[in-house]
Ligand binder design. Structure first.
Ligand code: FAD
Ligand code: EPU
Length: 346
């Protein structure tokens, strides 16, 4: 049902989140232009009750959402600058991420190939600084454009102001609930050597052919790995990695390594270590286990799935049980990557 303010009421979000959780939003709108979105935002009484939803591939909806959901569908792609080696593209928030990756490569521009097949929208890409197979989007972001909800002005933040980190940015911290990404400005390149350093990617390329590898080879290898490793949300509801890979210090790492020689860890600068959260969860015996309709994927312990008609509460309970076990066994607090939206908590 459409109400006169442009929001639909009591709107099902089942098709708008990749966990496939069956909840409703009190109000829902899909603005087709930035101007339309600005008008809709004027109607929202309190921005704590606003949820911006792209593809819903990094959210867990727990309960009905009693506020306003805005789902941007503006989709323009503009060339701002271009020369023989480099270009700047302005891409609006509603463009599908994987479409952008494929389209940029078709146009002969390189950079995004390692980020193929990540679900979701362009507008969400800077929020957690999406990353895969040795690349983070921050590397190619020139600026982020968005609506500042305190002034209703459109602002352009240069990359340096976005405070990008591993699965992190200013949009998850100081600007949370205060800024809607309307477009990103990307810097792409010609004649750029593809990044093939990530070990799983290198192995996949070696299986495919002998080097040298083109950008297209990297794109294909990434697609092959992802199709093999990760469940397709169209078949099994999920939101990719549920937790971030945690970082620990040298002392903690040495203690764990002595106890668990098979610990999967990667050295970081400053004597810190990134630990594979999938390994920690598998080691606690969670792989394949279920709570109600929620389960840990049998092939990848970092991915929680909606096995059968799970509620958001069931998936959250599973996540909490895993967090408790990992803390008790390893002294590590897992941080959630997925944004848990507890609708009825305000
Ligand atoms: P949503 O889930 O709709 O939103 C995510 C968060 O961003 C929410 O807090 C939302 O409010 C906010 N948000 C969305 N749009 C805007 C906007 N325009 N302005 C302000 N805030 C906004 N992620 C990776 O980094 N690497 C991976 O390799 C990866 N693999 C995945 C594999 C699978 C199978 C799945 C299901 C997910 C994977 N993800 C991965 C997670 C997810 O795809 C990304 O985080 C993606 O960027 C989310 O996009 P979305 O449009 O679906 O965002
Ligand atoms: N592992 C296990 N058991 C498991 C799963 C993994 O022991 O059940 C160990 C294995 O040793 C494996 C290692 O963990 O080699 C790493 O696993 P994988 O290569 O699948 O990568 P990941 O660390 O689990 C991260 C990102 C992914 C991204 C891939 C590729 C995070 C939280 N996740 O996963 O991003 O696609 O690397 O770069 O950083 C996402 O963010 O949603 C996501 C899917």
């Amino acid at each position: 049902m459409k109400n006169k303010l442009g929001f639909q009421t009591s709107f099902s979000l089942k098709a708008y989140n990749t966990f496939g959780i069956d909840v409703r939003a009190a109000y829902f709108a899909s603005p087709r232009s930035i101007g339309e979105m600005q008008e809709l935002c004027h109607l929202v009484p309190d921005f704590k009750r606003l949820l911006v939803l792209g593809g819903g591939s990094n959210v867990l909806l727990v309960g009905d959402f009693p506020g306003y959901v805005i789902h941007p569908i503006f989709q323009r792609i503009e060339v701002l600058e271009e020369n023989a080696d480099r270009c700047l593209w302005r891409v609006e928030a509603g463009v599908n991420w994987h479409f952008l990756v494929s389209y940029s490569l078709q146009q002969g521009w390189q950079g995004l190939e390692n980020l193929a097949l990540i679900p979701g929208s362009v507008g969400a890409a800077p929020i957690q600084n999406i990353g895969a197979y040795g690349i983070e989007i921050a590397e190619f972001i020139y600026a982020v454009e968005g609506l500042d909800l305190s002034s209703f002005q459109l602002l352009t933040l240069p990359k340096q102001a976005c405070e990008f980190g591993y699965r992190d940015s200013i949009f998850k911290k100081a600007l949370k609930n205060k800024f809607i990404v309307t477009a990103i400005i990307l810097e792409l390149f010609r004649n750029r050597q593809p990044n093939t350093e990530y070990s799983t990617l290198k192995q996949e390329l070696e299986k495919m052919k002998a080097s040298p590898y083109s950008t297209q080879d990297v794109f294909e290898a990434v697609c092959r790995i992802r199709r093999r490793k990760l469940p397709d949300p169209a078949t099994v509801g999920n939101a990719g990695s549920f937790f971030k890979n945690p970082e620990i210090d040298f002392k903690h790492y040495t203690l764990l390594k002595e106890k668990h020689p098979d610990l999967v860890a990667f050295a970081l600068p400053g004597k810190r270590y990134k630990i594979a959260a999938g390994w920690l969860i598998e080691k606690c015996g969670w792989k394949g286990r279920a709570i109600g309709g929620a389960a840990v994927h049998p092939h990848h312990a970092l991915v929680l799935v909606n096995k059968k008609d799970a509620t958001g509460h069931e998936i959250l309970r599973l996540a909490e049980a895993i967090e408790k076990d990992v803390y008790e066994n390893f002294g590590i607090t897992l941080e959630r990557e997925v944004n848990v939206i507890e609708g009825n908590s305000f």
